[in-house]
Design a protein. Structure first.
Length: 63
């Protein structure tokens, strides 16, 4: 995947995998995120094809 993860304008990580969750009916992803930006509930954005998509750090598993 290799989509960048941002907090504001700062790149803080990278998406390693993602898909649509059939049970949650939303997109879910795993990302490596820098220390200090990994707290549950942290608002981030993902750079996907020249646009930013809002996301939130959540606890795994996603069930």
């Amino acid at each position: 995947m290799d989509y960048p993860v941002f907090v504001g304008d700062e790149e803080v990580g990278i998406v390693t995998s993602g898909t649509m969750s059939p049970s949650l009916r939303v997109g879910v992803a795993l990302a490596l995120v820098a220390t200090g930006h990994h707290s549950i509930g942290t608002e981030v954005s993902i750079g996907i094809r020249n646009r930013r998509v809002s996301a939130e750090v959540a606890k795994t598993p996603f069930v």
